[in-house]
Every structure is written in C-alpha cells, then in structure tokens.
Design a protein around this ligand. Structure first.
Ligand code: ADP
Length: 528
C-alpha cells in the first residue's frame, strides 16, 4: 500500500486536462509502475462530455477526469460529433484519470465502456477512417423517412422485432442516410469495405487498433436492426433499410472479455471486460438487477427504466422494450420511457429566463413559496415524449395570476419534471402490471432535495438516492469487474452499495390527486 500513497501524492500534483498535453500525460504514465491493489476504470462517453472514472473494489471513486467536446449543428435539427473528438477525449481523460490516481495501466484489472446510445459512425474497415461525422441520437435528419415508414405500416413489424418505434432517434435510418448521401459510400459498403458501429464499437475498434469489432446486446438493441427476441441481427430489417450485413459488428454480453487496448495507448494493454449503453449502465449501477426494479435518471432529459427479467413486456402505453445488462451471458428485458426535457428546464430558467443564478439555486428559490400557487409549467420545448409522443406540443405555463411570482414559476418548473416522470411511471405500471413502490434516482438534477421530495410525494413512492451518484460509470465498472473476477458476484457488490438519502412520501391522497389532475389539464393545453 505504501507505494500507492506515494503515487496518490503524485496524482494530486497532476494538473487538469486543459493544462496537460497528451505527451505530458504519456510521459507521466510511463513513470508509474504497478501496485498490489487492482482497480476498475470506467469510460463514460456521453453526449456532451467524456469522463473516465477509476473505482476501487468497494465501488469508491479513486479519481476522475472529464472533457467536454464540440457539438456540431450543420443545419437546424441536425447534430453531429467529430469522431476524432470522441476518441481524443477518451484517450485524454483515461490517461488523466490514471495520472490523477497515481496508477499505471497495470493497476487496472478491467475497463468498462458505457456510451451515448444510438449515435452512428461508419468507417473504413482497413484504415479505420470515418466516412462522415458521428450522427448523434438527437439528430432529426431522418425524421421524414421515419414518417414514411409509419405511413406505409411498418411500425408493428419494427416494434415486434426490435421493441422500438420507427424514429430518427435510432441508428438504422442514420446508417442508411450515410450510405445514401456520402459519395461512394454505398458502393464501398457493398464491397465490404465499410463498417458501422455505435460509439462503443468505434471506441473498441480504436482502442484496440482495429482488432476488436464488436458491440453488446444493450447497444445493439438501440439500432432498430437487432431482433431482441432471437438476439440476432435481422435480415428482413437490413433489407428494409438497405444495409449490407457485412457492416455489422459481433454482438456479445455486456459483461464479457472483448479484448485488450493497444499497449501503445496507456503504456501496457488493459482488458476491456464491459460494454453497455448509458441508461442500461445506470440501471445496473443502481443494482436494479431483479424483475420489477426501476431507476430514473434526471439529466438533460429523464430516462425511466424497469428491469422486466426474462420477459419482453409489450407496451400498450408508448414505452419501448429494450435489452438490459446482466452479469451473465443472456441479457434481461427492460421497459423504457423517456422525456426530452427534464433538467434542461432548469437550464432554461438560468440561461434564457435568467431567474436563477445556478441550477442549484432552483431549490432554495422553490422553497421560498409553500406551493406553486396553481401554476403549472409543461416543459414540452421540443414536443412531448413518452407516453404522449406529440411532436407538435410546446412548452406551456398555465394558471398565472396577478400574484404569481418568479419563485412560483421556478417551483412549477421543478414540479413539471416530477409530473413528467409520474406520467412515465403510470404508463410503466400499466404495461408491467406492477405498482412501483421504490424508485432509484440519479442524474444531475437528483441532487435537488425539493424535486426528489416532491417526486416521492406525487408518486406516492419512495425515492432512493445512492451515495455514488455516478451510476452510469459505476454500472460499466461493475459489469467489467465482475467479468474480470474483481468480485465474487452481485451479492458482494450489493454489500458495498450505500444509500445517501431516502425520500418517503408525505402528501395526502386528496392533495396528490388534485395536483395530478391539474397537471393533466395543463398537458392538454400544451398539446392543442
Ligand atoms: P446529462 O448527462 O444529460 O448531460 P447530467 O446528469 O449531468 O445531464 O445533469 C445535468 C442536468 O441537471 C442539467 O439540465 C441541469 O440543469 C440539471 N441540474 C443540475 N443540478 C441541478 C439542481 N441542483 N437542481 C435541478 N436541476 C439540476
């Protein structure tokens, strides 16, 4: 252990990523040697930033590094990322996290990768060179084609095979767009020269210098090309989207030895033993490993996921059915509902309305009033997601009186997030036939105690916030560490799991019903 104390001191001297060049990081990495204790490194390649977090065997964070990267908006509604930024930020934060912890690559038992889902890359099989930027999940460029698919009656077939609704969100139409619009791409793809990957696949390929071409079940289930019942790429869908099968990666379990990073990157090879899409990673990181367990992430949007075990539950209420991560070979099934604007309404209060000074300030302001004074804020800035799926809906404030103050608007905005989640929970309860009594919470906005208490009140359900809030990275670390033998099994991990705060419902049934019916009226006004 002594060697680690020395190394940690060295780590504390480390500068931030903005101050360190790649070659400085490489030099520092070379000077570090392996210690006795092993660690797990999670790479969380998200939509706006890339993070690397090193965990010890107790699930504690040893060090972390984060880099934001460019969002590219070539046209209204289009969103792209540079593949170089994705890979460059990944290598930089990984190196920096090692240096900050004073650890070398040999101290790391395993890497777990978690990633923004659906984002699509196409690159050359020989050179690794992308033919186009990464088309981000948020990008709406293929919305017209998805409308055509719906009109032509493909929704049911697609849902029955993939659990998804035809939407520009998922990868399939993005791949088709690249093949149809990038000069020469289709002919090259047909000659077997091009490959497709979501971000996990691209990182695996790049980190292994082209020796790993794979994805996991959770990421595959977001492409709209993967049959979640047979667990195979679907030939009929590949024909529908006109995508050559030779472009597709192998699909493996989320907890699996994918191969090793190239020795030149971090000083020595590190095994990659986990790959998982971000929301499924958070579900696993929250240890929702049993049927009926549910988590909600309060980030920019909100993502509610329920583990439904070995049964794919068909949604009658606008949710999607997808694959979840397990520590075993076979994935589990998950019901998922998402809303587009969650914590983003708080950014709007700060940046556009300028009525709060910081996101954190929203809590103190909301608590200055005893209720929202009859005001409802429906944060439908970009339409409403599940369970309404109304693209034409817009943000709406109702119930304003002469006495309405900025604090009422702030409070009503936070309450709006909680109501959106109530709608998701209600849809999920109906689909799964289960009453949800415990909600595991995470994401940036879950730090807001007012929001969490209000959520617990209007849902009449306990909300549980874990001590390690980085559940996405933690989930990837657990999956990788389990495969690498860092833990004997889930029971050992569960022993280390610590709750930071539990919110229990404290509202009368009558009060709850009244508030929820007011919300329903407000939603109606947002959708006319
Ligand atoms: P993402 O991963 O989607 O980028 P994060 O999980 O980092 O999002 O959460 C960021 C979101 O959380 C932002 O929209 C921000 O406004 C919101 N947020 C952060 N802190 C608070 C807070 N104390 N109260 C309410 N919302 C918050």
């Amino acid at each position: 252990m002594t060697i680690h104390h020395d190394k940690l001191a060295y780590g504390r001297l480390a500068k931030t990523s903005e101050e360190m060049t790649d070659s400085q990081i490489q030099d520092m990495l070379k000077n570090l040697s392996a210690g006795d204790e092993k660690y797990i490194l999670a790479i969380d390649q998200g939509t706006t930033s890339t993070r690397a977090i090193i965990f010890d065997k107790r699930g504690n964070i040893v060090s972390r590094a984060q880099q934001e990267f460019r969002q590219i908006y070539p046209e209204p509604g289009w969103v792209e990322h540079s593949p170089q930024d994705i890979m460059g930020s990944t290598v930089a934060v990984t190196g920096e996290a090692l240096v900050r912890a004073g650890l070398s690559a040999q101290d790391i038992s395993a890497i777990g990768i978690t990633n923004q889902r659906e984002t699509t890359l196409v690159w050359d099989r020989k050179t690794g060179k992308p033919v186009y930027n990464a088309i981000v999940w948020q990008c709406r460029r293929t919305a017209g084609f998805c409308e055509t698919l719906k009109r032509e009656g493909f929704s049911e077939k697609i849902y029955n095979k993939t659990g998804l609704v035809p939407d520009a969100y998922f990868s399939a139409t993005k791949i088709k767009w690249v093949l149809d619009n990038v000069e020469g791409a289709r002919a090259r793809a047909e000659r077997g020269e091009l490959v497709f990957g979501t971000v996990d696949t691209y990182l695996l390929w790049q980190l292994s210098k082209g020796t790993i071409f794979a994805t996991d079940y959770t990421n595959a289930s977001r492409t709209m090309l993967f049959n979640i019942h047979t667990l195979k790429w679907d030939d009929e869908l590949l024909r529908l989207f006109d995508i050559p099968k030779s472009m597709l990666p192998e699909v493996h379990p989320s907890s699996y030895l994918y191969g090793c990073t190239d020795a030149r990157l971090f000083g020595s090879p590190i095994p990659v033993c986990g790959v998982v899409g971000d929301q499924q990673a958070a579900l696993f990181g929250q240890l929702c490993t049993n049927k009926g367990e549910v988590k909600n992430t309060y980030g920019t949007g909100c993502f509610l996921l329920m583990n439904t075990g070995n049964k794919a539950v068909k949604s009658q209420h606008g949710l999607i059915t997808t694959l979840g991560a397990t520590a075993e070979g076979k994935p589990c099934y998950v019901l998922e509902g998402s809303v587009f604007v969650g914590g983003a309404v708080v950014q709007w209060l700060r940046d556009e309305m300028k009525i709060i000074s910081s996101s954190d300030d929203s809590e103190a302001q909301a608590l200055k009033v005893k209720d929202s004074g009859g005001v409802y804020v429906v944060p439908a800035f970009t339409g409403l997601g599940a369970p309404y799926w109304n693209a034409a809906a817009r943000g709406t404030i109702t119930g304003i009186t002469r006495g309405t103050s900025r604090e009422h608007i702030i409070r009503a905005s936070l309450e709006g997030i909680a109501y959106e989640v109530c709608d998701l929970v209600e849809a999920m309860e109906k689909d799964a036939g289960i009453k949800i009594t415990r909600l595991a919470v995470d994401g940036g906005a879950c730090k807001n105690n007012f929001l969490m208490q209000f959520q617990s009140d209007v849902l009449n359900c306990t909300a549980v916030r874990p001590k390690v809030a980085e559940t996405t990275a933690l989930g990837a670390a657990y999956l990788a560490g389990l495969n690498a033998g860092c833990w004997s099994g889930l029971d050992e991990i569960k022993e280390n799991f610590e709750v930071e705060k539990t919110f229990t419902p404290d509202m009368s049934e009558g009060g709850r019903i009244k508030l929820l019916s007011g919300w329903r009226e407000a939603v109606k006004k947002a959708t006319v």
